[in-house]
Design a protein around this ligand. Structure first.
Ligand code: 7RM
Length: 658
């Protein structure tokens, strides 16, 4: 295998990690379950085990068959009927939970809204009726481009209620990226807002959407949420008569009586686009019964959520973590979910800890990149606030370095909170590899072992088991992706064709297993970058660069970054007659941000008259990564022109980061 750059030495450091953290006794004593036998029970009867989880949900019609597995296509709970919104809301209205806070939301400027389960059910039902009024029917696609406001969850649940398929597009994506996603899914309605707050600024979402809407013929209506009382004025929001409608106008007139549509277990719940190894993001398709079963189960066991917990996942709803662990998993559990709109350092670097103290957050789930930023800002920020309510911490999105883990444990968790390092992907829908905080002895940097019922192993190129190689999932799981929207062939090729053995899923990550059986996920082995926990395809950035009139060719690689994990470095060959300049560096960075979104803005751009290529014309990314990281050059004998690299490397060292 080709391990991601630097993983060998990184791994040696990791495996020297010998600190062990057994589950605290009091935590174990109060957990839903505390018995290790759950692993064996799941192994003995995998289908019975998942069926027992599914039985916790409310079904309109029970399934006839737990699993129909025709690799790579799986159907879970075949013949069953249920509705996700019904499970997340209606089910909780009959007992004391009806008056419990489902959602506690704080905007960046400090405005607060709390929705009980009753409130949330009412507003979701009203909005569901409003969508119906706009002609949205079961199976139609609805694009959602919203900031982190309650309406994001409401819109998702409203779609689920009527059987419309939502496609949430992260608010940081550009108009072009939004348009691509709308067009790929052929969405009829777009739900957006006049703006959203980020680090004291207003992101003009409707203005971006208007730009996207120039090239999205399928959109019939745009629903606009008025985020703040003066945002529309500052962002100069304009409404196109008939097409554009204010959310509050629709809600005002809508009935709160909207029966939940009975959905087939395999009906599609949502599409979520994610970066792959080509320039085109993939529309990952998730269905209903299996997805809800696994997100429900993992939320319950990994976060051990109880009635009195206040649970906060800091992800954005535009990512899978927001779908599964802000909205569906926690609400299916009847939990109280905290949601925050803005940046962690606004108005100061203590904002997250202030929020934890203010709302008494007990379970906190974030990303390693955020933890590394907190570390850098210093422990004086968390120390200013009372974090004594916290009882469990989680991380997701990228490998966590042991230093960050230990810092998180000490300064956020007060050395009393277990940490769950959860490995999973957009494609897996739910958590796959994770400690169970009530039984697992954790090791900083290791996601430990598969969740009960999940089977993962490490394989080499030839498909032989190994203790260092590619991560592989060797059995179907309920929340697995069902296909790529409109491209089942790509689904087969990308995930199910790496090895001959049918039904072996290739996630694209490298991993090692230590002598205790703990898994250490090392990161991507394909051309996908992980920048601050966001997946970005090198090809996407390359296409955006080549789209600029001055650029002939571009090669993009990840460069080690102490906070973001990886940063984007681009090697660019200019067209004849174009000269390298500082202005062009600035212009190219801005161009990429404009084409894809700010998350894809390269950190470093280096001009080069030529790029290192193999004799067959493939760009040698490994060498470019070495150069970007300032490492010694690897083997260059397969290069067409070894001189190219030597010159590039010398220049990079002389000029440093432009
Ligand atoms: C949930 C999410 C998926 C990729 C995945 C990995 C990396 C995620 C961990 C991790 C090491 C972890 N979905 N990744 N979690 N690597 N340890 N606990 O992040 O689709 O956006 O990204 O993220 O490389 O393939 S995602």
């Amino acid at each position: 295998m080709t391990p991601p750059d630097g993983t060998e030495s990184k791994l040696d450091d990791l495996l020297r990690e010998d600190r062990r953290f057994p589950p605290p006794e009091d935590f174990r004593a109060r957990a839903h379950v505390s018995d290790e036998s759950v692993y064996d029970e799941a192994e003995e009867d995998m289908l019975g085990y998942w069926a027992r989880w599914a039985e916790d949900l409310a079904w309109f019609q029970l399934w006839d068959q737990v699993l129909d597995w025709q690799p790579p296509h799986a159907k879970w709970f075949v013949g069953g009927q249920l509705n996700v919104a019904h499970n997340c809301l209606d089910r909780h209205l009959h007992g004391p939970r009806r008056n419990k806070a489902a959602l506690i939301w704080e905007g960046e400027p400090g405005d607060v809204r709390t929705y009980t389960y009753w409130d949330l059910h009412r507003e979701v039902s009203q909005f569901a009726n409003a969508l119906k009024g706009l002609g949205v029917e079961k199976g139609d696609r609805v694009a959602i481009y919203l900031p982190m406001i309650p309406e994001a969850a409401i819109a998702m649940l409203a779609c689920a209620r009527i059987g419309a398929i939502h496609s949430v597009v992260f608010g940081g994506f550009s108009p072009g990226s939004l348009a691509d996603r709308i067009n790929d899914a052929d969405a009829r309605v777009l739900i957006t807002a006049d703006g959203g707050y980020r680090r004291g600024n207003v992101i003009p979402l409707k203005r971006n959407a208007d730009e996207a809407l120039q090239q999205t013929p399928s959109i019939e209506h745009v629903v606009v949420v008025a985020r703040g009382w003066d945002i529309s004025r500052t962002t100069q929001t304009t409404m196109q008569p008939k097409r554009d409608l204010w959310y509050h106008d629709l809600i005002r007139d809508a009935s709160a009586d909207c029966p939940a549509e009975p959905m087939d277990s395999e009906d599609i719940l949502f599409i979520l686009y994610t970066s792959g190894t080509t320039g085109q993001p993939k529309g990952v398709v998730h269905s209903t019964g299996g997805y809800l079963t696994q997100t429900y189960a993992t939320t319950r066991w990994v976060f051990d959520l109880k009635e009195d917990d206040v649970y906060w996942c800091t992800a954005d709803v535009g990512w899978i973590t927001g779908h599964s662990y802000i909205v569906y998993g926690p609400l299916a559990n009847g939990a109280t979910v905290m949601m925050y709109e803005g940046a962690p350092d606004f108005p100061d670097r203590g904002r997250f800890w202030e929020l934890c103290a203010k709302y008494g957050v007990t379970v906190f789930y974030t990303a390693p990149t955020a933890i590394r930023a907190f570390m850098k800002w210093g422990e004086e920020w968390p120390e200013k606030h009372d974090l004594s309510q916290l009882r469990l911490l989680g991380t997701v999105g990228e490998p966590i370095n042991p230093e960050a883990w230990v810092w998180y444990h000490r300064f956020i968790g007060g050395e009393r909170c277990p940490i769950v390092d959860t490995w999973w992907q957009t494609e897996t829908g739910g958590i796959m590899i994770t400690p169970l905080p009530w039984v697992t002895e954790t090791v900083p940097g290791s996601a430990t072992r598969p969740f009960p019922g999940i089977q993962a192993t490490l394989l080499d190129e030839a498909g032989r088991e190994t203790n260092a190689g590619y991560l592989a999932i060797t059995r179907p799981w309920p929340s697995m992706l069902r296909t790529i929207w409109g491209d089942d062939e790509r689904f087969r090729q990308t995930y199910w064709s790496k090895w001959d053995e049918p039904g072996t899923y290739f996630p694209g990550d490298g991993a090692k297993q230590d002598e205790n059986g703990n898994l250490w996920i090392l990161g991507r082995v394909d051309d996908v970058l992980n920048v601050a926990g966001h997946r970005i395809g090198t090809m996407e950035v390359e296409s955006a660069l080549v789209d600029h009139p001055a650029v002939a060719e571009a090669a993009v690689v990840g460069k080690t970054h102490d906070v973001k994990g990886q940063a984007i470095a681009a090697f660019v060959t200019l067209r004849d007659g174009k000269e390298p300049s500082d202005e062009l560096v600035v212009a190219l960075k801005a161009h990429v941000a404009e084409v894809i979104g700010a998350i894809a803005r390269p950190e470093a751009i280096l001009f080069s008259a030529d790029l290192p290529k193999t004799r067959s014309g493939k760009i040698m990314r490994r060498l470019l990564r070495d150069i970007a990281d300032g490492k010694a050059l690897g083997d260059t004998t397969t290069l067409a022109d070894p001189e190219v690299v030597a010159r590039l490397k010398q220049r990079y060292e002389e000029e440093g980061e432009p």
